[in-house]
Design a binder for this molecule. Structure first.
Ligand code: FAD
Ligand code: NAI
Length: 456
């Protein structure tokens, strides 16, 4: 225990590796502990592998509809095994990139599980295998794991490979003929999109009366109808009661029903992961499993910070990145605070959904006096030129009194790339009149946002 690090980071996902990278860049001595693989859930079993699969499906979908674009593509088929192989290569490349960044910034990477032991006069003590490490400060970035509901048959099904989580489904090499997805949230919809494209019969069982959770309802309904047309079977307002050896039993207002499956994906949300970490040894407070922090990402213990999914606020990689920056800035003595009002969220289905800020429902619930304007994406020449399904819309929510932008919600091509522009508008409290003065490139789908400013 001879070295005292300036900082120990536990967890090598987006929150952890970015904290380590920024601290290393600033000249702090840093040790980063990762028990599985650098890049965490995002690079290994989340954001990146899912998008690699979805991109292959998107290319195939365009090819299947090639004739609508004047292109003849006969017998288009997806070689799922090859898609998974490519996905693995993408993951390897990006994980190696994180390792290089750690090296460049002189971060010591310890590929072991870290357990907090306590605190001495020198700092916080962390044990990994048989070695002890000590640091003046700690960043906890241990992420999250899938929530597993206490449904009869679920755990047995998981043990024998019939029930999968995001970790397993991204690696299966055979396309299930019938895939049942429990949970019509982000993971459920992205995986429904991919497996529908590769030929599975997909059924999504969702307990609410709508899909895509907090997404603007008009937009989630467009998405629902789009995927219904593509053949995905949605069972809404459904309570799963049992997972049998060959299917899922659930109840709706119509009574008890069942649907057969070759595989079942459970995607009903994720929970912060802190098991076995030893938080109690230094008195870090948790609340229903999540680590509580202040706006500087510090826990109740000075010098101990928590970033990313483990604090349970907004379980997105880009939130984890920003929280890591806020945390390291504060450690470096530069006060910085975390704001959550302009964090974009994207569902990488085809069409994509991109949202940021207040929804119509929430703004009204909060009693904010808002003006809401929406336009079809057919206002964009680019959108019409490039698409054959023309159901996309953009919806903008404006504070009536101050004419500032509160929310932007869209469904359609490039939504994932356009939405950060809207986040900037909200973050910098731009008014309708300010946006009218910006020149948007033509022809782009994003132009519709500017057009909306003239409707307000
Ligand atoms: P994680 O990425 O969970 O990393 C935590 C790391 O800590 C893990 O590698 C774990 O092994 C390690 N660890 C835990 N305990 C210890 C310990 N004691 N010692 C050492 N190491 C430890 N977000 C987006 O923004 N966009 C997307 O498109 C997107 N797609 C997703 C798709 C799927 C299928 C899933 C599951 C998630 C997706 N997410 C997406 C969410 C995103 O992956 C997470 O928000 C992000 O990974 C959180 O980063 P993190 O650093 O907090 O934790
Ligand atoms: P989610 O919270 O997005 O969706 C879970 C869904 O399951 C909800 O619609 C919920 O009503 C439903 N549900 C809960 N219990 C149920 C039950 N017993 N039966 C049926 N339905 C039930 O969670 P998901 O999809 O697991 O994703 C976890 C998190 O990962 C997301 O919240 C997001 O933070 C992140 N993620 C982000 C992505 C992105 O940014 N594109 C992609 C995938 C995941």
């Amino acid at each position: 225990m001879d070295v005292v690090y300036d900082l120990i980071v536990i967890g090598g996902g987006p929150g952890g590796y970015l904290a380590a990278e920024r601290a290393g860049q600033a000249g702090l001595s840093v040790a980063l502990f990762e028990k599985r693989a650098l890049g965490g859930v995002c690079l290994n079993e989340g954001c990146i592998p899912s998008k690699a699969l979805l991109n292959s499906a998107k290319i195939a979908d365009y090819a299947k509809h090639g004739s609508k674009y004047g292109i003849s593509c006969e017998n288009v088929s997806i070689n799922h095994k090859a898609v998974v192989k490519r996905k693995d290569k993408v993951v390897r490349t990006l994980v190696a990139g994180v390792a290089m960044k750690m090296k460049k910034n002189k971060v010591t990477v310890v590929s072991e599980e870290a357990v907090i032991q306590g605190r001495t006069a020198e700092g916080f003590v962390v044990k990994a295998k048989d070695n002890e490490y000590i640091a003046k400060r700690l960043v906890i970035a241990t992420g999250s794991v899938p929530a597993m509901p206490p449904i009869p048959g679920l755990h047995e099904g998981y043990k024998n490979g019939f029930v999968l989580t995001n970790r397993e489904i991204l690696d299966i090499t055979e396309v299930p003929e019938k895939l049942v997805i429990i949970g019509g949230g982000v993971i459920g919809l992205e995986m429904a999109s991919y497996f529908n494209s590769v030929g599975s019969h997909v059924t999504v069982i969702e307990m609410l009366d709508h899909i895509a959770g907090p997404t603007d309802r008009e937009i989630s309904n467009i998405l629902l109808n789009n995927y219904k047309k593509k053949g995905v079977d949605f069972r809404l307002s459904a309570k799963v009661t049992e997972i049998t050896g060959n299917g899922v039993v659930f109840e709706t207002a119509e009574g008890r029903q069942s649907v057969s499956a070759n595989k079942v994906l459970v995607s009903i949300g994720r929970r912060p992961f802190t098991e076995g970490l030893g938080l109690e040894k230094i008195g870090v407070e948790t609340e229903r499993g999540r680590i509580k922090t202040d706006e500087c990402m510090q826990t109740n213990i000075p010098g101990v910070y928590a970033v990313g999914d483990v604090n349970g606020v907004s379980m997105l990689a880009h939130t984890a990145y920003r929280e890591a920056e806020v945390c390291i800035n504060n450690i470096l003595g530069k006060r910085d605070t975390m704001r959550y009002n302009a964090i974009p969220s994207v569902i990488y289905t085809n069409p994509e959904v991109g949202c940021v800020g207040e929804t119509e429902e929430l703004a009204k619930e909060k009693g904010i006096d808002v003006e809401i304007v929406k336009l079809p994406l057919t206002y964009s020449g680019r959108y019409v030129a490039e698409n054959t399904e023309l159901d996309g819309i953009v919806k903008v929510i404006v504070n009536k009194k101050y004419r500032t932008i509160l929310g932007v919600h869209m469904i359609g091509s490039y939504a994932s790339e356009i939405i950060y522009g809207a986040a900037m508008m909200i973050e910098s409290e731009m008014r309708v009149e300010d946006i009218r003065q910006i020149v948007f490139p033509h022809p782009t789908v994003g132009e519709v946002i500017k057009e909306i400013m003239w409707e307000l």
